[in-house]
Structures are given as structure tokens and as C-alpha cells.
Design a protein. Structure first.
Length: 192
């Protein structure tokens, strides 16, 4: 049975932040991507891409989630996606993998998920400004992408590093092949 990767889409989501990871996961026979939105209706990305999700949020079963991907977008900073709060906490408490990039990291901080886990974001001061109750400062790592336990976080400028962290945690490819992929997309270098 394929492992299920749920990707939350919403109006204004940062489409480029998931653009490197989704094709690779989609090619795999081991995983299935399920795109979902609040109501299952089409959403428009920050880049103007109109996307039709597979299902509405109401149809997502937390027990089916192997990976939850939260792309960035200003909606997180405005508190527009709070209907996912209980669900996201439940995914975390069940030890399932959550990957958040850019402003979605502020959402995990708001939920307290980053309080005792190594993480990154766009900037430490960004998190402190967006999330007044943020309590994870001592766990903040100034890195492009960080994985700790079952949480992957990345700066908005690091979609390739974000994808690499996900691939490694999911064991999408062998470690050496993941590094080859990374070098190709990050530096334009391919080695046999």
C-alpha cells in the first residue's frame, strides 16, 4: 500500500515552495500525493496558478497521513488557516511527519509544535514578531532547512533544501541518489 502525502493548498499558497518535491514524490510507486483545500474548491496560488485539489479538508483522515506538507503563504501570518489547528496537532501527537516551509513555520510555532524541537524559519526575529507566544527560541537553528524528530522546517528561500530533507526522511531514494538530485537542482552538477 502506498504511503500518503497530504499537501494543503489555499488561496495564495507559495507554489514554488513545493515545486521541487512534488514531481519526485509523484514519480514514486511508494507514495501517493493527495492535495486538499479547506472546501475542496479550486485555489489560486501566489503565482496565479489555479489548482483543483483532490478533496476537501473534511475528508482527510489523520490516520491516513504519512506526511503533511504545509507550503508558505501570507495566509498563515493572517491566521486564515486556523481550521487545521486540531488536525495538525493530532498529526504531530501521532508522530507523523510534518513539513512546513516559509510562513507555514510560523503556524507550527503558533501551535507550540516548535517549542522543544530544533527548527528554522525565515528568521528568528520573524517568528518572534509573527507569533507573540513563540517559546522555541533556544531550539531555533539558523539553517536553510532543519529536520528534528518528525518535523521538517525550511526558510522560504530554500525549496530545494526543503525537498531534500523530505526525501531523506521519507527514504524516497538512496542517500547518494538524493545528493545527486540535490547537486543537479541546486548547483547544476550531475555526477554518475
Amino acid at each position: 500500500m502506498k504511503k500518503k502525502v497530504y499537501i494543503f493548498l489555499f488561496d495564495g499558497f507559495s507554489d514554488w515552495e513545493i515545486a521541487y518535491l512534488t514531481p519526485e514524490i509523484n514519480k514514486s510507486e511508494k507514495f501517493e500525493i493527495i492535495y486538499f483545500s479547506k472546501d475542496g474548491n479550486p485555489v489560486v496560488s501566489m503565482g496565479g496558478l489555479r489548482v483543483m485539489p483532490h478533496i476537501p479538508f473534511a475528508e482527510v483522515n489523520v490516520d491516513d497521513v504519512d506526511l503533511l506538507v504545509l507550503p508558505g503563504g501570507v495566509a498563515w501570518e493572517k491566521g486564515e488557516n486556523n481550521e487545521l489547528n486540531h488536525f495538525t496537532k493530532n498529526v504531530f501527537e501521532k508522530g507523523k511527519l510534518i513539513a512546513a516551509i516559509c510562513a507555514a513555520t510560523s503556524y507550527l510555532a503558533q501551535l507550540g509544535i516548535l517549542d522543544k524541537i530544533k527548527h528554522t524559519s525565515n528568521d528568528l526575529n520573524y517568528l518572534k514578531a509573527i507569533v507573540p507566544n513563540y517559546a522555541g527560541e533556544s531550539y531555533y537553528v539558523n539553517s536553510l532547512a532543519v529536520t528534528d524528530e518528525n518535523i521538517i522546517t525550511a526558510k522560504g528561500i530554500a525549496p530545494i533544501e526543503f525537498a531534500r530533507e523530505i526525501f531523506e526522511k521519507m527514504e524516497l531514494y538512496k542517500k547518494g541518489d538524493i545528493e545527486k538530485w540535490f547537486q543537479l537542482f541546486k548547483n547544476g552538477i550531475w555526477s554518475e
